[in-house]
Design a protein around this ligand. Structure first.
Ligand code: AKG
Ligand code: FE2
Length: 249
């Protein structure tokens, strides 16, 4: 806790544990995780497969809407290929004297393909497209019982020539009395296969490169390292991207 800088120059207010998909599915030699994770390998495998199947349905619907061949988007992140896909556990301690302006996890867009988020306690906030990044423009996203939240990541924005949008979000102290309890969330963060390309997908409704626009040719790993570094150095500001054309699903 307190290791990551938040947007207001303070530090985070959460514990974070990342579980690597390749480790759980056996795509690489096993890592030694914390005891509670090691004892739940079977459940984690089932969880990953379940999330992935659900995302497959959503990606299939997006294929249709974008006029792409069925399976195009899902094929970029197959379970059996090595990737940086992870299950991320977040935990923020209760605040007996809540500081409602405290940032638990700073504003960011998810860098990968898509995210499935499970949360019960509030605190997640989103900055709507086109809104200035000031406190009063951030809106809480109320968790819906029995529902997961699905987020588009930056790579889907790149592949679709910015048709799809990745939204800037963050975690704050939960509103009202919810701040008095511990907040936990589980996120399944899908990243593409390491060997995938960041090249824009061709076909369907995806716009071809405009004149003078440079083609992105880097592989996923290189692009990820570059983007993370640009954000860390402050050369790139995390912000909502894409959404150039409404695509209804
Ligand atoms: O805990 C949450 O509600 C969101 C976490 C998140 O944005 C992330 O893990 O990328
Ligand atoms: Fe996120």
């Amino acid at each position: 806790m307190g290791r990551l800088k938040t947007d207001d120059g303070k530090t985070d207010h959460m514990h974070l544990y990342s579980i690597n998909q390749d480790d759980i599915l056996g795509n690489r030699p096993p890592r030694t995780n914390a005891g509670p994770v090691e004892s739940k390998r079977t459940q984690l495998q089932a969880f990953i497969r379940h999330c992935s199947a659900a995302l497959g349905v959503i990606l299939g619907a997006l294929d249709d809407q974008l006029g792409l061949k069925q399976g195009t988007l899902a094929a970029l992140s197959p379970l059996e290929d090595e990737s940086e896909t992870s299950v991320r556990l977040l935990c923020s301690p209760p605040q007996p004297a809540p500081e409602y302006d405290r940032i638990t996890l700073g504003g960011h867009t998810d860098i990968g393909t898509m995210t499935v988020l499970f949360h019960v306690v509030g605190g997640l906030q989103i900055l709507s497209a086109g809104k200035e990044n000031v406190m009063e423009n951030w809106q809480y996203v109320r968790p819906e019982p029995g529902c997961a939240l699905v987020n588009v990541g930056d790579m889907l924005v790149e592949w679709t020539g910015e048709l799809l949008r990745s939204s800037l979000h963050r975690v704050m102290t939960a509103p009202g009395d919810q701040a008095l309890v511990q907040r936990q969330s589980v996120a399944y963060l899908v990243r593409p296969a390491k060997k995938a390309s960041m090249r824009r997908i061709q076909g369907g409704k995806i716009p071809p490169l405009a004149e003078g626009e440079e083609e992105e040719t880097r592989p996923v790993n290189e692009w990820t390292a570059w983007r993370s570094r640009q954000i860390m150095l402050g050369h790139l500001k995390p912000q909502s991207r894409g959404g150039n054309m409404a695509v209804s699903v």
